[in-house]
Design a protein around this ligand. Structure first.
Ligand SMILES: NC(=O)c1ccc[n+]([C@@H]2O[C@H](COP(=O)([O-])OP(=O)(O)OC[C@H]3O[C@@H](n4cnc5c(N)ncnc54)[C@H](O)[C@@H]3O)[C@@H](O)[C@H]2O)c1
Length: 392
């Protein structure tokens, strides 16, 4: 294969959709990937019209079924090299499984699926077909998340005792779903969102951040799902108390009624020797608190080995920086880093390498399944008054 750009096919993304926009910008960040085809909308006429009106030339399809069938028959180089699924949760499983069976790698939005049953089927299909499969847990793509993972998993702060992982938003503090906001309409509908609104939508991000940064798993959960806005069926506030695989404890919480909060995702990890603090709204910065010492603030890229705290850095970590520190990286860069890692795996797959992934660079299908299992455990526990549910 030459160094031609990889071709990406969008599933979803028309009609004023949200997350397709950061993705398609991130896809184009490096000049090594491009959006080339799309099934943008469930209505075939709208899908074709929106593809014709797309900002740059793409091949439009009436449906994702049509796109997958047509693309799978094209020779390599002319067909899509991976599909990006940016539809609501209830339209993740069907296109994903069809792509896997057609040998098309998938980068899928979170939560992985509508329910755990679908998630398990996707894990099995990926195992069978060995097709690259990423899940868009955006915040793993921040360079500082990667440094944080190194600091905790290499034991620089000692054993993890307590973690607070949170995602606070305020945009559903009123009946946003009745105000013509399509993103809110499907998120509060169990048929389209799944058994949890707040937990599934953003609690899964907080869980993934915890698992990624600490390298630990959640093994048991007490869940408390609450609905503050009258007229809603699903939760808009989600709190869980958890036991970790090393015996530590964690709170994983999310809220969509945290008035005034925007996208306040963050993590605090208390280890035996010190604490790590990170917030995505100031994502180029990572703070380390050590007893009896001034706080250490690490800016993306401004790190050195053997500085009195950091020791040997992971190979290649400093090479992952795209712009000097102080020129701020943020949400789009995080997405771009995930697509960049996924691109490497897709290129290897195109050369005949069977896909396996340890989840150290982007969330994979197993991470997606764990997210769904966590939501099921939290809902089960909440219905039982917060009883501890062992789920690992
Ligand atoms: N990773 C993140 O940070 C992040 C942020 C926001 C949303 N998301 C996830 O992304 C997904 C989409 O969320 P959104 O807020 O962009 O939703 P949205 O409502 O803005 O967009 C959904 C898109 O899917 C399309 N669609 C629906 N059914 C389809 C079908 N059968 N065929 C083709 N297209 C179809 C719609 O036309 C629309 O273009 C959700 O799963 C959500 O959880 C992730």
């Amino acid at each position: 294969m030459s160094n031609r750009p990889l071709n990406v096919g969008l599933i979803g993304g028309g009609g004023g959709a949200f997350i397709v926009q950061p993705h398609q910008k991130a896809i184009h960040f490096d000049g090594t990937r491009r959006v080339m085809a799309a099934a943008l909308h469930p209505d075939p006429k709208i899908a074709l019209k929106e593809a014709r009106n797309w900002a740059y030339p793409i091949k439009g399809y009436k449906s994702y079924d049509e796109m997958i069938a047509a693309q799978a028959d094209l020779p390599e180089g002319e067909r899509i090299d991976y599909a990006l699924i940016v539809t609501p949760n209830f339209v993740h499983f069907d296109p994903a499984i069809k792509c896997i069976k057609a040998g098309i790698p998938v980068f899928c939005e979170k939560p992985l699926s509508l329910n755990l049953k679908e998630a398990k089927q996707l894990v099995d299909a990926v195992k069978k077909y060995k097709v690259p499969f990423g899940v868009a847990h955006t915040y793993l793509g921040h360079w500082t998340s990667r440094l944080a993972r190194h600091i905790i998993t290499s034991g620089l702060l000692g054993a993890v005792r307590w973690v607070d992982a949170y995602y606070l938003q305020g945009w559903l503090a009123g009946l946003t779903e009745k105000q013509g906001v399509m993103q809110a309409e499907w998120r509060v509908d169990p048929k389209r969102a799944g058994i949890s609104c707040c937990g599934g939508d953003i609690g899964t991000h907080a869980l993934m951040q915890l698992r990624y940064v600490t390298g630990l798993d959640v093994v048991a959960t007490r869940g408390f799902l609450e609905t503050f806005v009258k007229g809603r069926v699903l939760d808009d506030h989600f709190t869980t108390y958890n036991e970790l695989s090393n015996g530590g404890k964690a709170i994983v919480r999310a809220s969509q009624i945290a008035t005034g909060h925007k996208n306040d995702l963050g993590i605090e990890v208390n280890g035996e020797k010190g604490t790590l603090v990170w917030r995505q709204e100031e994502s180029d910065k990572l703070t380390i608190l050590l007893p009896g010492q001034p706080d250490r603030i690490y800016w993306r890229g401004e790190v050195k080995e053997n500085d009195g705290f950091l020791k040997k850095l992971p190979k290649g970590l400093l090479d992952e920086i795209t712009i000097p520190s102080g020129h701020v990286e943020a949400f789009h860069d995080a997405f771009a880093r995930l697509h960049r890692f996924f691109e490497e795996d897709v290129r290897a797959y195109l050369k005949g390498k069977k896909w396996t992934d340890d989840g150290s660079r982007y969330a994979n299908v197993e991470d997606g399944r764990i997210g769904m299992a966590f939501i099921e455990a939290a809902v089960k526990s909440s219905k039982a008054g917060g009883r501890l549910v062992n789920w690992k």
